[in-house]
Design a protein around this ligand. Sequence first.
Ligand SMILES: [Zn+2]
Length: 82
Amino acid sequence: MASRDRFSKKLTCPQCNNTGFAEASEDDHPTRKHPGFQVDQLPTGFFEQRSSNFQESYIIKCQCGRKFPFRARTEAAEASQR
Ligand SMILES: [Zn+2]
């Protein structure tokens, strides 16, 4: 069984600046076709709009109505440069 990589990420709504920490996890297994990304807990004021196996296409909806991906593609690119 693949182990789960658990982490938290600070979400910030680009429209109303609502922030909070989401608890998420994904499979820590390089040969899988997809990471099996899953949000285990969303902070107050944020909701799941569309679930996805990928952080970049998992859509969060803020209480103000704004929708945005869990992780922006530019963010992922920055992280991989480290
Ligand atoms: Zn908002």
